[in-house]
Design a protein around this ligand. Structure first.
Ligand code: FAD
Ligand code: NAI
Length: 463
């Protein structure tokens, strides 16, 4: 039967498309339902990829204006062609989403275009087709979390989606939420000339990140021109003849204050997306935050129906969704597959980048785990000195008794690439001594990882 599949995946984001590809590689007959007109989900269309394209372009724009002359490269003041920069970003989306289309064809995965609704066990309705499936995977991702009373029109009050295509550089950008989106997209528009103010409910930006890193990073962002209103909440955004009036209040109560902005970016998190899926028809349970509940094998409360990625609990990260997709596909095809939730790196792609994997000092203290800490600053790293990119440090936390690496936190240029070394070490249960005894190429920023490892129980060479 044409409409019978071993596996039907709903949603073609990083979780869904990797699950579909892996399952097809392992011999299953797979369909993937996607209602967007391109594959790749949030990540490729309005998330990771377009934001990184703009971060890259805006960083070079800033570098050309601020640092080229020091290296003996004399250029006239760079002029922004925003239309072209946005086109550069759109090309990145196009190339990546078409890449997934190619992989679907290569692996003989049918892209069923339209909105999928679960009709009953083993049945997914898409328009007037009903797909029969031995197994169903829900990979419907997430959507922007709304701020009560604040209307997102994607023109002046925008979510990340609108912030990826502003028609002109705002004079004043007010960001609600000092999380990853606010700091990345705040950096983009700040580098292009906007005055950026971040209003954060908690007393620190990037909640959950290592405290020492956050302190250092906040200082760096301030030097770059960011203003922060911490411990503050936005209560109202009003449109005026020109611009917006934003009312803020101390989070713990107190006098209100009014701020002006041309654009308000609401980035207070994302919510699981299950609208129109028909969860009630098969009795699939969700938790109080609307996330689909799954067991350790990613199975929902309904037999034959699984869920992965942003729509379930855990960090809302593309690579976490991908790992779940692949592990699940492997198991559904009769193989072994697992996700190690203790080793999922997180990266903030600002300048410098912030990257971490494993436990923070705060988490170790709270869990009562005794640890040694080794830290090495990029000011003492040869390559960083040569490139004048000496901001930041590497910090390695290792178990006091066993020396096993429990967490690695990096702030610095290319931290997002360096954190992979730490993740490999942790995945292989390395000790800090294992890392310290490895040979790192010189001169590289990565040598700071080795030096931080040396610092855990002994002394780094270059300090
Ligand atoms: P999604 O990518 O959200 O995909 C779900 C897909 O399902 C969507 O295409 C949707 O149209 C489709 N869908 C939903 N319901 C249905 C239905 N009923 N029928 C058919 N189709 C349906 N993460 C990182 O790791 N690194 C980053 O640098 C990063 N940057 C980001 C930047 C921004 C601005 C944003 C918003 C997010 C970013 N993320 C990043 C997070 C990342 O995008 C998500 O974690 C990831 O996309 C989740 O993947 P997913 O497969 O679970 O869902
Ligand atoms: P976030 O969860 O990272 O940050 C939201 C911030 O808003 C938090 O600091 C929170 O305390 C604050 N906040 C919540 N309510 C508030 C309020 N009413 N007023 C002021 N502040 C408030 O969420 P964000 O930045 O929206 O990103 C969503 C998801 O996308 C994240 O889970 C993140 O993992 C993912 N993402 C990942 C990226 C990466 O890996 N580089 C890049 C961008 C997004």
């Amino acid at each position: 039967m044409a409409d019978a599949f071993d596996l039907v995946v709903i949603g073609a984001g990083p979780g869904g498309y990797e699950c579909a590809i892996k399952a097809a590689q392992l011999g299953l007959k797979v369909a993937c339902v996607e209602k967007r007109d391109r594959l790749g989900g949030t990540c490729l269309n309005v998330g990771c990829i377009p934001s990184k394209a703009l971060l890259h372009a805006s960083e070079l724009f800033h570098e050309a204006g601020a640092n080229f002359a020091d290296m003996g490269i004399e250029v006239s003041k760079p002029k922004l062609n925003l239309k072209q920069m946005l086109a550069f970003k759109d090309e990145a989306i196009d190339g990546n989403t078409k890449g997934i289309e190619f992989l679907f064809k290569k692996n003989k995965i049918e892209w069923v275009k339209g909105e999928g609704q679960i009709e009953g066990p083993g049945k997914v309705k898409v328009g007037d087709r009903t797909l029969e499936a031995k197994n169903i995977v829900i990979a419907t991702g997430s959507d922007v979390a709304k701020l009560p009373g604040v209307d997102i029109d994607e023109k002046t009050v925008v979510s990340s989606t609108g912030a990826l295509e502003l028609g002109k550089v705002p004079g004043k950008l007010l960001v609600v939420g000092g999380g990853v989106i606010g700091l990345e997209l705040g950096s983009v528009w700040g580098r292009l000339g906007a005055e950026v103010t971040v209003v954060e409910f908690l007393d620190n930006i990037l909640p959950g990140m290592d405290g020492e890193v956050v302190k250092n990073f906040t200082r760096t962002l301030k030097k770059q021109g960011f203003s922060f209103k911490l411990g503050t909440k936005v209560t109202k955004v009003e449109k005026q003849k020109s611009g917006l009036k934003v009312t803020v209040e101390p989070a713990k109560g107190g006098d209100a204050e009014e701020l002006e902005a041309d654009i308000v970016l609401v980035s207070i998190g994302r919510a699981p997306y299950t609208e129109g899926l028909g969860l009630d028809k098969v009795g699939i349970a969700t938790d109080k935050r609307g996330r689909i509940e799954v067991d350790a094998s990613l199975k929902t409360s309904a037999d034959g129906i699984y869920a992965i990625g942003d729509v379930i609990a855990g960090p809302m990260l593309a690579h976490k969704a991908m790992e779940e997709g692949v592990a699940l596909a492997e198991r559904l095809a009769g193989h072994y597959g697992a996700v190690n939730y203790d080793v999922i790196p997180g990266v903030v792609y600002t300048s410098p980048e912030v990257a971490s994997v494993g436990k923070t000092e705060e988490q170790l203290k709270e869990a009562g785990i005794e640890y040694n800490s080794g830290k090495f600053p990029f000011t003492a790293n040869g390559r960083a000195k040569a490139n004048k990119t000496t901001e930041g440090f590497v910090k390695i936390l290792a178990d006091k008794k066993t020396d096993r690496v429990l967490g690695v936190h990096i702030i610095g240029v290319n931290a997002g690439e360096m954190i992979a070394e730490a993740a490999i070490a942790m995945e292989l249960s390395a000790s800090s001594e294992d890392i310290a005894r490895m040979c790192f190429a010189h001169p590289t920023m990565s040598e700071a990882v080795k030096e931080a490892a040396l610092a855990v129980t002994g002394a780094p060479i270059h300090m």
